[in-house]
Design a binder for this molecule. Structure first.
Ligand SMILES: [Zn+2]
Length: 432
């Protein structure tokens, strides 16, 4: 069997090379969909048709029902609807069922390309330059989606099929919550192991931070007996921002977790939005800011919330204004815990072997300073999961790009993964 496997491996690698232009073309096609979080339904229809027509998979498309998941661990509370979102699952049922079943999972949502006028070209009209494909979502993570789609297509075209069940999940809203991943798993779409091709440079990721979104609101006007007192709400934002940074600096000094101890600032704070003021000659008296803060393994989202509430209620007491009227804080969107994988689990070993066969070097591990959907699989469904995808850069920024050669290699690694993990058999021998 080993020899047959090696023959099929070589055959599938050739197939990936032969279909390469088509793969890049398909990547461009799906990158042209402006699938911002909450707007994934259109690109999902396009992908569902590919799953049916090109891969001959059983396809389920369904909506994301908040009522079904809102009480589950890992759920992130939202202030938006999922009317224009959907979940697409393509499934092959193998003769050995769940024995060595595998999920390829990827999110189709992208973050805003704004300010889009700063891009070299239109972010939704992808272009190639020096071996890279540029465009919003090209790397994060539409390239990865094509890696598993075309790995499977190579297998199918060569006349083979997985022996164990193989599933592809396309999920929405990874960039704000991960609720799409949770909904798919809750619906029963589970397996023995999962691969998520996030574009982290062909390093199997074995640890990732969590993420919490917050909103701080403050008024800088207060009624008194003879009228009111007020101060400038925009200027007071400086006090809040500097206290938040001091808080995060303290947290980062005390990080001992081995996966993150070497990282300079594993817990990052980002102030992403600020809103205040409406007239040049008026003093603004209300403001709000929204941002994101990291969470490490061993910490909980709840603890981080309490620390931040305490920070604003107590530590701002030395500020004259905020002692009078402390800001309020609320939490919405990402309520993501950190997760650490057992990187000796069989799925890691299989991926290490597949990587080494294709690349010729051992794969290095990586800890991620960001969150991914892998946490749902690992923390709440006990499914060993690896994030492993192509090399890219400027995710969420202007001029996002993916390295095309690395995408081709990842596609080949995935063909090896299907062979070694699920096992394969000729399509003709299918008893059905
Ligand atoms: Zn991503």
């Amino acid at each position: 069997m080993t020899e047959i496997k090696q023959d099929v491996q070589a055959q599938l690698h050739d197939m990936v090379d032969a279909d390469w232009e088509e793969q890049v073309e398909f990547l461009k096609e799906i990158t042209r969909f402006p699938s911002l979080s909450g707007q994934e339904a259109d690109v999902h229809r396009h992908i569902a048709s590919f799953l049916e027509k090109e891969l001959h998979l059983q396809v389920d498309t369904f909506g994301l029902d908040i009522d079904k998941i809102k009480n589950l661990p890992g759920y992130s509370p939202v202030e938006w609807t999922y009317e224009n979102s959907s979940i697409v699952v393509g499934k092959h049922e193998g003769s050995e069922g769940e024995a060595n079943s595998l999920i390829f999972q990827g999110h189709t949502d992208v973050v805003s390309p704004e300010p889009s006028h700063l891009w070299k070209q239109d972010p939704y009209d992808p272009w190639e330059e020096n071996g890279r494909l540029y465009g919003r979502g090209a790397a994060d993570m539409k390239a990865g989606l094509t890696a598993f789609l075309f790995a499977y297509r190579a297998l199918y075209k060569a006349g083979w099929q997985p022996k164990s069940n193989l599933m592809m999940q396309f999920v929405p809203d990874e960039e704000r919550t991960g609720n799409g991943a949770l909904a798919a798993l809750h619906e029963g779409y589970t397996a023995k192991a999962a691969l998520i091709p996030e574009p982290f440079g062909m390093f199997p990721a074995n640890a990732q931070v969590g993420s919490l979104w917050f909103r701080v609101k403050w008024d800088t006007i207060k009624r008194t007996e003879d009228g009111h007192v007020q101060t400038n709400a925009i200027e007071k934002s400086q006090v809040i921002i500097s206290r938040l940074h001091a808080f995060v600096d303290r947290l980062n000094k005390n990080v001992t977790h081995p996966a993150f101890a070497e990282m300079r600032e594993p817990i990052e704070l980002n102030i992403g939005k600020i809103q205040s003021g409406d007239f040049e000659s008026n003093e603004p008296v209300t403001a709000k800011m929204e941002g994101r803060i990291g969470v490490l393994p061993g910490e909980t989202v709840k603890e981080r919330q309490q620390q931040m509430q305490q920070l604003l209620a107590e530590e701002l007491q030395d500020d004259e204004w905020f002692r009078l009227q402390p800001p309020e804080i609320e939490f919405y969107g990402f309520h993501a815990e950190a997760t650490v994988s057992d990187d000796e689990a069989p799925i890691f070993q299989a991926l290490d072997t597949a990587h080494e066969t294709v690349v010729g070097e051992a794969a290095q591990r990586r800890s991620l300073p960001s969150t991914t959907d892998a946490r749902f699989f690992q923390l709440y469904y006990d499914i060993d999961t690896v994030c492993y995808g192509p090399t890219g850069g400027c995710f969420h920024e202007i001029d996002e790009w993916v390295d095309l050669e690395s995408l081709k290699q990842v596609t080949k690694v995935y063909t090896n993964m299907i062979i070694s993990w699920c096992g394969i058999e000729p399509i003709n021998n299918d008893p059905s």
